[in-house]
Design a protein around this ligand. Structure first.
Ligand SMILES: Cc1ncc(COP(=O)(O)O)c(C=O)c1O
Length: 436
């Protein structure tokens, strides 16, 4: 098949395709795979029961059910949901927003597709203005979303800094960011995927200052963050919902436990929200109705903005604690030097093996053969021509699943990795203190 240049970009294999294929494979019957890859949320029993009850309520009201299935919404999304959501964001988060600031999409992935296409690339004056990712590693799903030109997406590697024995944290390379003269937007996931990094609110404010100085929006991808699903383990200050009138906040129902309904929410300046609405009309006609209709009662009584605190945070905090203990213990027992990124949110541990003697991409294949799925670090370098060497020493594991399966997966990993560790310290020193 002869594809267009634009088409080739989407038809070829990609990190996100591999990851989603792995998810499907892991769910296939009869496979003994420990699924530590993918971004599937956990099934939180009490929350799953509450969703079931909401579903029954919706189905048992014939006219509401018929409207949900039988009508297109407007391209901006289901308007009653949007009215309630705007009110809830004003009341609970202090955002100065109305319906005109909100747009629903068919999931955050679609929100980023639209935003990156609308903003990044060659603009009317003929100059290239990239979307800049200010803290790599970042979400692999951004990788294919540049505008077709290779430099429409620019990633800025961060510095890995050791914070304690077996722990590290990325520091933003402010100098490199300041040096980028022309840009279309800044975009960062917070909490970060893959690192789990929760940016200090001072860092978010500094990114916002930088965006303002360039007269471009800061896009905050809160797929795991505040106000929902609110999977943030940091201080109250850093875990607070963050939005400014000239910025964009991307939310999603997926990590609440509803990835199947495919619903994303964008909070944006009115002009950009109108452009996204127009984009929606071309791409999907209208976003889906199921998510908004299912959750409408929880917007009317404000429960949606409390789901994180009430259900998700206690659940994931417990799994995180168990996961940290398992990783520390199992790798130490094998004498494997493993550093975990400070986990401030989301449901991943981001592991750095400074002595790993084979690239993570190859290690991924060996681990799959050994019955454990992870995501190799190289994928998390969107906006770079080739992944930095530090990322070839990193693997992302999800702790959303059952702790016993997580423990088995880490045991399998340790057995494979123990054979792949270099005895020299060269690999370690090469990355210390440098941008990744
Ligand atoms: C950081 C981040 N952003 C966006 C998405 C896309 O989520 P969805 O399209 O399911 O809303 C994901 C999914 O895993 C993610 O991890």
């Amino acid at each position: 098949m002869l594809y267009s240049r634009y088409g080739e970009r989407f038809a070829r294999p990609s990190g996100i395709l591999e990851l989603m294929d792995d998810l499907g494979e892991a769910l296939a019957v009869g496979k003994d795979l420990c699924m530590l890859g993918g971004g599937n949320p956990a099934t939180v029993p009490a929350l799953a029961a509450a969703f079931h009850e909401l579903g029954q309520r919706l189905v048992s009201d014939p006219s509401a059910w018929q409207r949900c299935l039988g009508d297109y919404s407007s391209p901006r999304g289901e308007s009653v949901f949007l009215t309630h959501l705007a009110a809830a964001l004003r009341e609970h988060c202090g955002f100065d927003v109305g319906q005109a600031n909100l747009v629903l999409t068919v999931g955050s992935q679609a929100s980023f597709f639209a935003l990156f296409k609308l903003l990044g690339g060659i603009c009317a004056g003929g100059q290239m203005r990239p979307v800049v990712l200010p803290r790599l590693p970042d979400y692999l799903g951004y990788a294919e979303l540049g505008s077709g030109e290779a430099d429409a997406l620019v990633g800025v590697p961060a510095f890995p800094e050791v914070t304690a024995a077996g722990r590290f944290r990325y520091a933003i390379d402010w100098q490199a960011l300041e040096n980028i003269a022309d840009m279309a937007a800044l975009c960062v996931s917070n909490p970060g995927n893959p690192s789990g990094q929760l940016l200090a609110s001072a860092d978010l404010d500094r990114l916002h200052d930088l965006a303002q100085a360039r007269d471009v929006p800061l896009i905050v991808d809160a797929a795991y963050g505040a106000p929902f699903p609110g999977i943030c383990f940091g201080t109250a200050e850093d875990s607070r919902p963050w939005w400014r009138a000239d910025s964009v906040l991307c939310l999603s129902l997926s990590k609440l436990g509803l990835p199947g309904v495919r619903a994303g929410v964008v909070v944006a300046p009115e002009e950009l929200a109108a452009a996204l609405t127009a984009f929606n009309a071309s791409l999907t006609l209208a976003p889906g109705n199921l998510g908004p209709n299912l959750l409408r009662p929880w917007l009317e009584d404000g429960a949606l903005l409390d789901v994180g605190r009430r259900w998700l945070l206690p659940f994931y905090a417990e799994r995180r604690q168990a996961a940290l203990g398992i990783v520390d213990e199992v790798f130490a027992a094998r004498g494997i030097d493993c550093r975990i990124h400070e986990s401030g949110g989301a449901f991943f541990l981001w592991l750095w093996f400074p002595r790993l003697a084979r690239p993570a991409r190859e290690v991924y294949g060996l681990l799959k053969e050994a019955g454990v799925l992870v995501v190799p670090g190289e994928h998390f370098s969107p906006g770079l021509a080739s992944p930095p060497s530090h990322l070839a020493q990193c693997l992302r594991v999800s702790f959303a699943g059952e702790p016993a399966r997580f423990a088995l997966g880490i045991e399998r990993m340790a057995a494979v990795l123990a054979r792949l560790m270099s005895k020299s310290t060269a690999a370690t020193t090469a990355c210390q203190g440098d941008g990744i």
